[in-house]
Design a protein around this ligand. Structure first.
Ligand code: ZN
Length: 270
């Protein structure tokens, strides 16, 4: 059985505390560009599982209270769900980003080799394929000619990158991409309907508007709120259905015609 370690925060809903595992064919090692990384020490065939991520499941609030290096080793697995490892880094947690990666995720937690790897090859993946929340943004030093410079939480919205990494995105990012391409800004009629229905049932009226502008057609209230900018201080109030927070969101949607933090809709790949 895996050894358990304390949850990163009190008061969050935590899943099982599983350790991150790394294939024996690779190990953490100093790398030229990133300090520490993970390097193959034996041949690894394309498609082989190289790492399986574990950790304690937490939300954005829980992630905010762990130190920066531990946060950078965390893995986003859903709109507002992250796996946080123990205070000391585990093998497998230190897989660097690259804009020309050698590995990819095949589900939320399993990293596989994207091509045959030989000893000395660094294991990397594109963080755009797992991240939609701004918990690990930085200037990339991967050195590849296609390096995009700064790695951002909204890289997944780039139409060209969506095409280049097609099939490589973690399931929660795939869902965001699918929804994004059918999202549209609120029109005059949508806003009129929101304001008309708001007094009767504010949450139901806001759900209708959020489903339109996020494209998340079947999202319920908590999952729609999880799609909003995680830095919003009003998220807790929205989840608790507090009148002041609901009024604020209605005002935002009326003015901005889209959800707070929702990325612009880039349809170039359509
Ligand atoms: Zn790069």
């Amino acid at each position: 059985m895996p050894r358990c370690y304390p949850s990163p925060t009190a008061g969050t809903r935590n899943g099982p505390n599983l350790h991150t595992s790394l294939t024996p064919a690779a190990r953490p090692a100093p790398t030229a560009r990133h300090g520490t990384g993970t390097v193959a020490v034996a041949p690894i065939a394309a498609g082989s599982v190289v790492a399986t991520f574990g950790g304690t499941a937490t939300d954005w609030k829980g992630l905010a209270v762990v130190d920066a290096s531990r946060r950078a080793r965390s893995l986003q697995v859903d709109d507002d769900r992250f796996l946080v490892g123990p205070p000391d880094a585990e093998p497998g947690e230190q897989v660097n980003h690259s804009c020309a990666p050698t590995c990819r995720f095949r589900n939320a937690v399993q990293l596989v080799a994207a091509r045959d790897l030989v000893p000395g090859d660094e294991l990397t993946y594109d963080y755009a394929t797992t991240d939609t929340a701004p918990y690990d943004e930085f200037e990339c030093r991967c050195g590849h000619r296609s390096c995009r410079g700064r790695v951002r939480a909204d890289d997944w919205t780039d139409a060209g990158l969506r095409v280049r990494r097609s099939g490589w995105f973690a399931p929660h990012v795939e869902r965001r991409i699918r929804d994004l391409v059918r999202a549209r800004p609120l029109g005059k009629r949508d806003v009129a309907a929101l304001l008309d229905a708001y007094d009767r049932d504010p949450v139901a009226a806001l759900e209708v508007a959020l489903r339109i502008c996020t494209g998340f057609a079947h999202g319920d209230w908590p999952r729609l709120v999880a799609r909003l900018d995680p830095r919003l201080e009003r998220r807790a109030g929205l989840l608790a259905r507090e009148t002041s927070a609901l009024d604020w969101l209605a005002g935002w949607l009326n003015e901005a015609r889209t959800a707070p933090g929702h990325p612009p809709i880039d349809r170039r790949s359509d």
